[in-house]
Ligand binder design. Structure first.
Ligand code: GLY
Length: 304
């Protein structure tokens, strides 16, 4: 029998940030590290809001902090393809006018969320892939660090284990994301990942897809997801949860229903975080763990 989907919600208030460090099954001795990484990222996002930055700026900064932390499956330390290379996916969305930017199968850049943000600001296209995404990044002044700089020993070991059949394949955990509300009521969401361990070259998951991995609409809510990308894509999980919030379902209940539907309809597991238009936040997971942290005007919380 499946365990129930675990969900929790609370009030964030006027402005704040919620982040996740990926649905999966983090070993007990490493859980504190994941929680601390999430706390640092949520605080980085909150600092932006305190300085008068927008919700979009806040999720960008929070996800950048998670990309820079090698324990997560994003940015440096992201999982490797079957060819032993990092191929990043990332997206960001602003809930005021539904502007969005995204990159997928992007190689050689440390912070794909910044390139997604540049696409949002540029406004001509929403999603750039592979070589075209790298060219867009270079044209916007981003300097590639190269493939090798993104690869950690832990990622190499995870790929070796997947190849030998002693570790998970088609699953990495550790995708990262953030949702935020600023003092003007603007909502935003962002998600970033290396995808799944041992994935085929060119495989794209839910994280860069608006509606699957990321969605934000000031009139309803903002969502970032983590988990089996193939299932998330087929059920447009992020948008589904936002539509439930539009129908006045609370953030945590919207996510609980969506993650349960994901498991029951297509047999996929995962998790998600959300903020609704009234400043309530929530999260849900059907996996053993999903590290998360929230930071707002008057406090913070975190868990796994
Ligand atoms: N949810 C991340 C991925 O499947 O790529």
């Amino acid at each position: 029998m499946n365990d129930p989907v675990f969900s929790q919600g609370s009030v964030l208030g006027r402005f704040g940030v919620v982040v996740h460090g990926g649905a999966g099954n983090v070993r007990p001795e490493r859980r504190a590290l994941h929680i601390e990484g999430c706390r640092r990222a949520a605080r980085a996002g909150l600092a932006v809001l305190r300085d008068g930055g927008s919700a979009t700026d806040a999720v960008e900064h929070a996800v950048r902090a998670l990309e820079d932390d090698p324990i997560f499956n994003a940015g440096t330390g992201a999982c490797l393809t079957a060819d032993g290379i990092v191929e990043h996916d990332a997206s960001i969305m602003e809930g005021h006018d539904l502007r969005a930017g995204a990159v997928c199968s992007l190689r050689g850049f440390a912070n794909p969320v910044l390139i997604a943000r540049a696409a949002l600001d540029d406004g001509r296209h929403v999603l750039y892939a592979a070589e075209g995404a790298a060219r867009f990044a270079a044209e916007r002044g981003f300097v590639p660090v190269g493939d090798a700089a993104l690869v950690t020993e832990a990622a190499r070991e995870a790929l070796a284990a997947a190849r030998e059949g002693t570790g998970p394949t088609g699953w990495a955990g550790g995708t990262v994301g953030a949702v935020a509300r600023d003092a003007s009521g603007l909502l935003a969401a962002a998600t970033s990942t290396g995808g799944t361990v041992n994935k085929r070259a060119g495989r794209v998951g839910d994280s860069p897809l608006i509606g699957a991995g990321t969605y934000a609409d000031d009139e309803a809510g903002a969502v970032s997801t983590t988990g089996h990308g193939e299932g998330m894509i087929r059920l447009c999980v992020a948008r589904s949860a936002v539509e439930a919030m539009r129908a006045r379902v609370s953030a945590d209940e919207a996510l609980r229903r969506t993650i349960e539907h994901l498991r029951e309809r297509v047999g996929s597991v995962g998790g998600a975080i959300a903020i609704d238009r009234n400043g309530r936040y929530g999260f849900a997971r059907s996996t053993a763990t999903m590290s998360w942290a929230a930071a707002w005007e008057e406090g913070e919380d975190a868990g796994i």
